[in-house]
Design a protein around this ligand. Sequence first.
Ligand SMILES: Nc1ncnc2c1ncn2[C@@H]1O[C@H](COP(=O)(O)OP(=O)(O)OP(=O)(O)O)[C@@H](O)[C@H]1O
Ligand SMILES: [Mg+2]
Length: 421
Amino acid sequence: MRAGFKVPAHSVTTRNLGAAYPLVAEAGLGHRGVLVGHDLLGGSFVYDPFELYAAGVLSNPNMIVFGQIGRGKSSLLKTFLWRQAVFGRRAWVVDPKGEYAGLARLWGVRPVALRPGGEVRLNPLDPVAARRADGILDDPDRRQCELLASLASACLGRPLQPRERAAVDLALASAKAARAVPTLPQVVEALLDPDAGAAAGISTDRERLLEDGRDVALELRRLVAGDLRGMFDGPTTHGLDLSGPLVVLDLSALYASSALGVLMTCATAWLQAALTQQRRRGAFAFLVVDEAWAILANLGVARWLQASWKLSRAHGVANVAVLHRLSDLSAVGPVGSEQVGLAEGLLSDSETLVLYAQPPGEAGRAADLLSLSSTEVDLLPQLTRGVALWKVGTRSFLVRHVVSPAEQALVDTDRAMVEPR
Ligand SMILES: Nc1ncnc2c1ncn2[C@@H]1O[C@H](COP(=O)(O)OP(=O)(O)OP(=O)(O)O)[C@@H](O)[C@H]1O
Ligand SMILES: [Mg+2]
């Protein structure tokens, strides 16, 4: 270089720099929110779905976190919720592995532990508080019907036939006539002993209506009288403290159950209802379903989950689901099938995607669905633990999640592998 040759320094705002060097110099998402970690292309990465929604960057606050086992999905969520507590944000967590107890301790609350024959009962038919979102009224009756139909279809392992669906609707109506907040045993009873008047209303007779609803009743009965009884088969236990900043539903006693998806659905339905009833005006909350792949494994239940996500904005709730593989959503059906439509729906209702490492091939298969560039597809299998590709609306960030020493005990799920308890 010739002595004396100097390139004058050039100052530019991050907004202009971002435009001049897209992807190389992302302008970031602003500074309103919690620090997640380092943006690997420079700077810190700060994120808050409610702030971004208010600023018009996102059109919904929901988030899906994908990643292979042990990549740091739950760690991200635990620290994220803890950091959000500073802003008074509440969090409600469906915890199938029982690993949010440390977070609960920090917050000074006790997880609600569910097990067959345990002390706590939750009624999945507790109604949500009705609110309007985008012109659609969140109809509590409709939600209960959808939930029952989804549970029945998950238990049966197939979609309900129209006559079964009608039997469920009528049984729910008859249970509600007897009691404002119905329970699953009442619905099963009404399915097995239908009302002649209700049958006449759909031009059939009692015997035929009983036959139409019998398979559904026998499957739902498992939650009421079978091996899963004692958790979702009565009014919600009195005295549960839901006023704290964090509510954790510990389902670890059920993790090995073949009905995990159904049980998580009941738990999620109850949480949604309780959260909407408890919500304080202007207070935002996160509803986290860790290991949500167990719910999405069943088409009927996945449909219910998607419908309930749609209405979350009206309640100031950001839904967060954790999945393992992109194909938990996408490769479950042929192109144009209902499964793929459902995956697209859930994705369009979740404008933040956090993608930890995926096996080679997975990313390629889901590239279209997730609008991944070819660089991003190549990158995904190479991401190391704690590093994720964040897709926030139309923008992409490569982020290393930073765990502070004080938070280490919260996230250390590996310890059980090396230290005897
Ligand atoms: N950002 C990070 N930096 C360093 N270590 C991390 C980071 N995130 C997670 N870990 C460590 O990785 C281990 C696994 O993390 P975590 O349990 O969050 O993974 P996961 O993706 O939720 O796994 P699984 O699919 O089994 O639920 C933990 O012991 C945690 O301490
Ligand atoms: Mg996890």
